[in-house]
Write a protein that binds this ligand. Structure first.
Ligand code: ZN
Ligand code: ZN
Length: 191
C-alpha cells in the first residue's frame, strides 16, 4: 500500500447521447489530454491473490477493476466527498514491472486530502467494500456494487466473484506504507 503524488493524464475521447437508459448516439471528441498532479493511494495485491483468482478461472483484471470501483463507491462513507471527486485506475500489469495495481486519486490539481484520509483508514475501507460486493444480491455486478457511472472504460472488464476474492484478501493483508511518486494515465470517456 502506498500514498504519494501522482501525475494523471485524462483524455476525453467521446460522449454518449441517451434518452432514458437507451443510448441513441455516440459522438467522438478530439480534445488534448488533460494532465494534473494530485495525491493518490495505490496498492499492489499479493502474487498469491493473483494465483488464487486465476486458479478459480476468474478474470483478474475484471476483479481489480471491480475492486477499484467498489473502493471509490465507498469513499464517501469514510471521508467527506462525492464519488465524482475521486478517480481511479487499475491494471493487471502496470508499469515496467508489469505488476497488478489499483490507484485511487483525488480528481483535483494538488489533491484535496481525500485519498490521504482514506489511506489512514484503508482496513475499514477494504472491509466495507468487501461487504458491499459480497452481500449485493446481483449475479454479475450492478450499479449498487461494482458498476460505476463515471467509468472511462464502459465498465469493462468486470468480474464480481474475482472482485469479492481480491477485496477479501486485501482485508487480510497487513498495510505496509510507503511514499512514492508515480504516473497514472487514464482514458476517460464521459457519458
Ligand atoms: Zn450488485
Ligand atoms: Zn472503471
Amino acid at each position: 500500500m502506498c500514498f504519494g503524488v501522482v501525475e494523471v493524464t485524462e483524455q476525453y475521447t467521446g460522449y454518449k447521447i441517451k434518452r432514458g437508459d437507451t443510448i441513441i448516439g455516440v459522438e467522438h471528441l478530439s480534445l488534448p489530454p488533460l494532465t494534473f498532479r494530485t495525491k493518490a493511494f495505490w496498492l499492489n495485491p499479493a502474487p498469491e491473490t493473483e494465483q488464487h483468482v486465476l486458479k478459480e478461472n476468474l478474470d483478474f483484471a475484471g476483479g481489480l477493476h471491480g475492486a477499484e470501483h467498489a473502493l471509490i463507491a465507498l469513499m464517501p462513507l469514510h471521508v467527506m466527498c462525492d464519488r465524482w471527486d475521486i478517480g481511479g485506475l487499475s491494471s493487471a500489469a502496470y508499469g515496467e514491472k508489469a505488476e497488478p495495481v489499483i490507484f485511487v486519486y483525488d480528481g483535483y490539481e494538488g489533491g484535496i486530502g481525500l485519498a490521504e484520509k482514506a489511506y489512514e483508514i484503508l482496513p475499514d475501507l477494504f472491509a466495507t467494500a468487501h461487504a458491499l460486493v459480497r452481500d449485493c444480491r446481483c449475479d454479475d455486478g450492478c450499479p449498487s456494487c461494482i458498476y460505476s457511472p463515471k467509468c472511462g472504460n464502459d465498465n469493462q472488464p468486470l468480474d464480481k466473484i474475482a472482485t469479492t476474492l481480491i477485496l477479501r484478501e486485501l482485508c487480510r493483508e497487513p498495510v505496509i506504507s510507503e511514499s512514492a511518486m508515480d504516473t497514472v494515465s487514464s482514458e476517460t470517456a464521459s457519458s
